[in-house]
Design a protein around this ligand. Sequence first.
Ligand SMILES: [Zn+2]
Length: 327
Amino acid sequence: MSDFFAGPRHNPSFEGLGYAHNRLDRDTEHRTEATLKDRMAHDRARFYLFDGDRLLVRVKPDRFDPLYCQKMASELGADMDRVILLGTDPVEDNAPRLAAPLLPERAAAYEEHADYQLETVRAVGLKDMLPADQLGAVAQARSLLNWHDTHQYCAKCGAKTHVALAGARRDCPSCEAVHFPRTDPVVIMLAIHRDAEGVERCLLARHTRFEDPMFSTLAGFMEQGETLEDAVRREIFEEAGVRIGAVRYLASQPWPFPSSLMLGCFAEALSTDLTLDDTELGEAHWYSREALKVMMERPVGSPEPHVPGGFSIAHWLIKEWAEADPA
Ligand SMILES: [Zn+2]
């Protein structure tokens, strides 16, 4: 066993990590065909409404309100035939939380509206428009509505499928296949090298899609039949040409664009020579903890080299390592 990740590390709280805090009780296991109707009729049922990737929020003097009762959801133009159940909210006396798309012909009314705004799920998160523990439910709703929207037909026989278990599944009446929502795992990892003297440095890269000098971790989709560890090793080698030994998982983050799960890891670099995939990476360097602490002080958007903000798991990987005691 490698002792590479041994040693004291502080306990991360990941406060502010986007979409990662979801307090709803999904209770998928106990749902029946009667559940949706029952939850929709609950007098404290509240609905999130979406136009594609955009959430409808009501602008209040002191906050944004993204939840509507059934009557209001109908009046605002919700497609009540496409409602799904997210779960129940234990903080609100187990009141049901549901989601529905807006009818396309009704969504246009909110483009320029005094009381309502359509905001992308990304903007809702980055602009801190909702409490952190509501953002997880919004991510869940956005991913699930997108999945229903793009899985109207059976992948096996092509027949029209229908919603089952209040939105937790789609069933095919023709061939009886059952279809469950997909989540696409993505590995995101901080490669760390320790030299012969015990000095550690980590690898950060500026992605070609970033205009700012923002330096972040490497990341990539997992492939079929691949372990988490092998995906980390493959991605770092493909993107930077670095060989990886041990891999340690830190934490995960739902990323609802449309349905990814970011799996944050540390990776032990066995080599330091860089061969960059220049379609993805503009530049990459090895950084000391001291250098990272300076970069972490700078805000996102700074003209000086900086790291991603606390909304992304990349930030927490960098912070956890930068603040760790290397002893
Ligand atoms: Zn079928």
